[in-house]
Every structure is written in structure tokens, then in C-alpha cells.
Design a protein around this ligand. Structure first.
Ligand code: NAI
Ligand code: MG
Length: 331
């Protein structure tokens, strides 16, 4: 039996969580849930956006499924704090085209491995007389473990190359260290091709020639920006899943936020969450069910009979989830 912490959060986080759990519960899996809270709505009631019980549950269960939260001005971000508390140092963001989903390309398939614990997300900022300064923390340890995980993931997914994305020409000390560490780690994986590009060139290649990428490994902020660009390449945030992985915990979340512009209308696309659940099942070594969910989702996208507005249709969140469930029962 697997135990999972669920944190719906705010806005469409709740809608996609409901749809995702609907699908998860249709599988023949023995799952025990620990439902927990986080986010802005909770903060308005309790003055706390990430209670200790939530963190404790996330630490003590086999995996955590997170919807999305609305950020609160002046408060630390619940999701960033949770990632830190769980020490999930790698953020895996697959960028993949699906037949039936209109993207800029229809043959993109790469994985972004984003360092999740440091870089500009260390949030070490200070106000100075002249303005303000942010510190960008890069350590050998974090660089090594993220590069190592990128190569291991490349092997696991039968991919051929890993590209280190950096700005070592300007950030000579921080990204210099990241790049140097990458090539050191690469020596342990001679079967995988290793190369590197600067982040600005990468931003361009993602538009002009995204097929050149297989696995990208990069620091926190670059990974954040490039993965939204990646989502844009293949049909938007409504289909973009992600997983945060550490040596002891796994935290899985769709890439999107709480989408206040569409929240409450039940028109959010649940596919990002459903593909996120597939990633979580893979992490839990339930590859059979992970594949099954993915296959059902991909088939529904391809057929294109039931689509939420972001996919160009007019169906509701649960109608798309129900269509995926129907396919699930046929596989
Ligand atoms: P967002 O991802 O919530 O929305 C961006 C755009 O994509 C919106 O037009 C939205 O309607 C659309 N969209 C996103 N997910 C969708 C889905 N599943 N189906 C259909 N359309 C979808 O980003 P935004 O608007 O910048 O942020 C809204 C709030 O969410 C902010 O408070 C932000 O800080 C927070 N946020 C939280 C994240 C998290 O909890 N991990 C991640 C990103 C943002
Ligand atoms: Mg982001």
C-alpha cells in the first residue's frame, strides 16, 4: 500500500486535484490518502500558508501531490518552502508534443532537469543605498547531485544526450562552477553525449530548433524560465506536468499556478495534473499504471473529441477527466 499526501491549494489547484484523484481512484491501486492544506485561502483563515502538519505529512508519506497556490504578497511561497523542507533538489519537467494538441512544433520531446534548491531562488536579497542586491548561490554539492540525476534520468528514459545550460561567460564563478561540475560528472556516463549552451542561445534554439535537445540540466531560475518556454512550444501550461525529486521525498505538481483568471468556472485543463500523477506513479515504481494513465490521456488528446477551452474546445474539467477514465477502462 502506498500513502500519498494531497494538497489541492487555491484556485484551479482544487479543480485539477479533484479531476486527478478521480482518475487515480479508478486504478486498481491500494492508495491511502493524507489530505492536507496550504495556500492563500488557508492563510486568510489561519495566518499560515504552510502549516507544520502539511510538511509533516509530506515528509512521512511515500509521495506528495500538489495542485497550485496563489502567492501572497510579503509571504514566503508555500510551494518553494515545501520543496525546501522535503529537500527535493531536482525538478523534472518533460516537454513533449502530443498529437491533437496545437503547439508550435509537433515533434518536440525533451526533459528539463532544473536545480531546485539554490541559485537565485535562495532568496537572499538586501536593500542597499543604491538599490538592491540578490545573491546567487551555487554549491559544488548541489551542482554535482543535479548533474548526476540528469545523466541517470537520461539513461532511465533511453535518451542520448545531456546539455548543460549556463551563462558561464558572464557569471564566471557561479556558472563556471556549475559547468565545470557538469563535465566532471559527465565522465562517469561515457555512453551519454554531453554538451553545453549559454542560456540566451538556448532560448533561441528552443524556438528555432527544439529537436536538438534531449535532456537539459540547468540552474534554478534558468530552468524556471526555459520550462515555461517549453510549455509554450508544445501547447501550453494545461498539459505540462512536473515532479520534484530528492533522495527521500517526491513532490509532484502541474507546472501551472492557480490561474485566478479562470478559477471557479470548472474549465481548467486537468491533463497537466493527470500526467503529473503518471510521473508520481513512475516514482512509486508503478510503471504499469503510470503508462496506462499516460496512454489513456494521449489517446483522448489525439482524438480531440473532448477539449477544455485552452485546447480549443468548450468542455469542462470533469468532462475531460471522464473521457480519460473511459479510455482507461478500455486499455
Ligand atoms: P498560471 O499558471 O496560474 O496561469 C497562466 C495562464 O495559463 C492563465 O491564463 C491561466 O488561465 C492559464 N492556465 C494555467 N493552467 C491552466 C490549466 N490547467 N488549464 C487551462 N489554462 C491554464 O500563472 P499566473 O497567472 O502567472 O499565476 C497565478 C497565481 O499562481 C499567482 O499567484 C502565482 O504566483 C501562482 N503560481 C503558483 C505556482 C505553484 O503553485 N506551483 C506556479 C506558478 C504560479
Ligand atoms: Mg514558473
Amino acid at each position: 500500500m502506498k500513502k500519498i499526501t494531497t494538497i489541492p491549494g487555491d484556485g484551479i489547484g482544487k479543480e485539477v486535484m479533484e479531476a486527478g484523484l478521480y482518475i487515480l481512484n479508478k486504478l486498481d491501486l491500494n492508495i491511502d490518502y493524507s489530505p492536507q492544506e496550504a495556500g492563500k485561502e488557508l492563510y486568510e483563515k489561519t495566518n499560515d500558508n504552510l502549516p507544520p502538519e502539511t510538511i509533516k505529512s509530506a515528509k512521512n508519506t511515500d509521495a506528495t501531490l500538489f495542485g497550485a497556490v496563489t502567492s501572497i504578497p510579503g509571504e514566503k511561497s508555500a510551494i518553494i518552502e515545501l520543496r525546501k523542507a522535503l529537500n527535493v533538489y531536482a525538478n523534472l519537467r518533460p516537454v513533449k508534443s502530443y498529437p491533437g494538441v496545437k503547439g508550435i512544433y509537433d515533434d518536440v520531446d525533451f526533459l528539463i532537469v532544473r536545480e531546485n534548491t539554490e541559485g537565485l531562488y535562495s532568496q537572499i536579497e538586501e536593500t542597499t543605498k543604491e538599490g538592491a542586491i540578490a545573491k546567487r548561490v551555487i554549491t559544488k554539492k548541489a551542482s554535482q547531485r543535479i548533474c548526476d540525476l540528469a545523466f541517470q534520468q537520461a539513461i532511465k528514459e533511453d535518451r542520448k544526450s545531456v546539455t548543460c545550460v549556463n551563462k558561464a561567460n558572464i557569471l564566471k564563478k557561479t556558472d563556471g562552477l556549475f559547468k565545470e561540475t557538469f563535465y566532471k560528472v559527465a565522465k562517469n556516463y561515457p555512453e551519454i553525449k554531453a554538451n553545453d549552451f549559454y542560456v540566451d542561445a538556448t532560448a533561441m534554439y528552443l524556438i528555432t530548433d527544439p529537436q536538438r535537445f534531449d535532456v537539459i540540466v540547468t540552474t534554478n531560475l534558468f530552468g524556471d524560465i526555459l520550462s515555461d518556454e517549453g510549455a509554450g512550444l508544445v501547447g501550453g501550461l494545461g498539459i505540462a506536468p512536473s515532479g520534484n525529486i530528492g533522495s527521500e521525498n517526491g513532490l509532484f505538481e502541474p507546472v501551472h499556478g492557480s490561474a485566478p483568471d479562470i478559477a471557479g468556472q470548472n474549465i481548467s485543463n486537468p491533463v497537466s495534473m493527470i500526467l503529473t500523477i503518471s510521473m508520481m506513479l513512475e516514482y512509486l515504481n508503478q510503471d504499469y499504471y503510470a503508462d496506462k494513465i499516460k496512454q489513456a490521456t494521449v489517446t483522448v488528446l489525439k482524438e480531440g473529441k473532448v477539449k477544455t477551452p485552452d485546447l480549443g474546445g468548450s468542455n469542462k474539467t470533469m468532462e475531460l477527466a471522464e473521457e480519460i477514465n473511459k479510455k482507461l477502462q478500455e486499455i
